[in-house]
Design a protein around this ligand. Sequence first.
Ligand code: DAH
Length: 390
Amino acid sequence: MAYTISKLTDYSAAALERASAELFSALGDEASTVKNEGDWKIFRDRWMARKNGVLTQINDLWLKAAPKEAKREVGLRVNLIKEQVEQQVADAKVRYQIPELPISSATSEISETNLRRDAIGKAGIIDITLPGIRRPIGAEHPVVKTTNEMVRVFQRLGYSVAEGPVVETDYYNFESLNFPPNHPARDTQDTLFIAGQQAKPQRERLLLRTHTSPVQIRTMEKMRPPLRIVIPGTVHRNDPLDASHSPMFHQIEGLAVDTNITFGDLKGTLDHAMKEFFGSSVKTSFRPSFFPFTEPSAEMFVSCFICGGSGRRGTDPCRPCKQTGWIEILGCGMVDPNVFEFVKDNGYDPRKVSGFAFGMGADRIALLKYGVDDIQLFFQGDVRFLRQWA
Ligand code: DAH
């Protein structure tokens, strides 16, 4: 039988409690039968309609009729009932709008919370009292972290950061760096060319830059000497995948041009940078090499920061330095005058200025620094691996 509000004859706390409990039980029962908008409107009006809704009736039959001394107590009860009714009416609406959720969630606080959270999206209802959605904080990728640390070392020396395009022309990647057309030094770069470029003159043909060195020329075209820049960036080569090679990898390049720059400046700068980056105990060693865009050219090694230069770890051979005690870190040299010839008109007269340049592999340094034994792990995007840097 449908619940009806009766007049109160007894205003004692116990009687009020009994009457409220009876009302709440009816409220819960009726709320759980709401299945659609039609039901809900009837339910809402039955309890909340200004004219003869249950709340109005309680107001009249319980509160207004109460003797003076009971008014305060009855008023508190009626307020409580009003809150409950409003809540149940709102919840009943959410429930029929999201039919896949359990009809009665009153028994579990957690399901009630989920119910309301889902309601935010589905019914456009926002409950600002719910806890926020926790978003996991990402971590800097180890290659990015290494790059940023190295770039910062040079920034502290007064270098600025320069960048350039990954899809580059033959001119910037090769010709202006003193790799003449058909020069065998081009073969060492395993270049990935963009298809369909044959109709263009060679210097305009597009390719994926094989090193960050083209940004040297691009920057010298824009900025007059003196110049000190550090160039981080992505490069590509047609190398098959293995533990130490990836067709996509990262370099950090540097260039300093001024009057009277010497090989001594190159050695002093790089030795300082390596001590900053790897720790003050590392030593550097320069060995002759060849690059078309530097003369003389060198490869720089640092004493192995894993075994301390001994070539051994305890009784085991040190693998990262192949027991030599030295690790090759970068290529460098004095900028070849032929390179300056390409930007002579912007103040780079090879008779007046000199400079040094260097380039290193950021991924290789990250592998060594973090003791990772497979470069592929850097690019597979497995969050279990990447989380280690969080
Ligand atoms: N571009 C060279 C490479 O990718 C690395 C390099 C060597 C850069 C010597 C330089 C340099 O700036 O002076 O193998």
